[in-house]
Design a protein around this ligand. Structure first.
Ligand code: SF4
Length: 195
């Protein structure tokens, strides 16, 4: 435990008195300021630890949520996790706006499809979109699949499809995606992460 000397005590007392005087001079009440601090909108909120999905740095986040009277969960705030050795509580401007990923009114809430040559996007259900993607993958693979190369070597590959992952992938997702794509015969696999 730190020892406070007589001189140190007098200095602290002086600083405290000066703070009160400055507060009253500037027209605010320190007691009231303390009370306002206790009414933070995240007071009593549930903390959930997560990762910024934007880039390969992998900064840690804390998401504050609260259960509303109607049973729904409201996201109150997202900020950097001070306990993370990666970002120590900091976020870059992009990560600092990550709350908008969940709350922005401009967020796209369902798949959109624009037909070849069309200028307008049309809304599509997940079932229809996933079916369309699966059909496109099959068609491209069927048209470009190469069983043997010019020298007669067995290669079983398709150069007609490329796959790009992102830093938001977990290790398991990246492993799974790579297995699926290699299983289809893809040779062009890329990943945005550079760490
Ligand atoms: S906060 Fe910025 S630097 Fe950190 S992971 Fe997100 S995008 Fe990358």
């Amino acid at each position: 435990m730190a020892t406070v000397t007589r001189g140190g005590f007098l200095t602290l007392a002086g600083i405290g008195t000066a703070a009160v005087l400055v507060g009253s001079e500037l027209g605010f009440d320190l007691a009231q300021a303390t009370e306002i601090k206790q009414k933070l909108r995240i007071a009593g909120a549930t903390e959930a630890h997560s990762l910024c999905p934007y880039c390969a740095v992998g900064c840690s986040l804390i998401a504050y949520t609260r259960k509303e009277a109607d049973g729904s969960v409201k996201l109150l705030q997202i900020e950097g996790d001070p306990d993370s050795p990666v970002n120590e509580g900091r976020l870059c401007p992009k990560g600092a706006t990550s709350m908008q990923l969940a709350t922005s009114e401009r967020r796209v809430g369902q798949p959109l499809y624009r037909a070849p040559g069309a200028t307008e996007w049309q809304k599509m259900s997940w079932d229809d979109m996933l079916g369309k993607i699966a059909q496109r993958i099959k068609d491209s693979r069927d048209q470009t699949f190469v069983a043997t190369d010019k020298k007669g070597n067995l290669v079983n590959r398709t150069d007609g499809i490329a796959f790009a992952g992102g830093a938001a992938f977990s290790s398991e997702e990246g492993y799974f995606a790579t297995k699926v794509m290699r299983g289809l015969g893809l040779t062009h696999l890329e990943q945005q992460a550079r760490v």
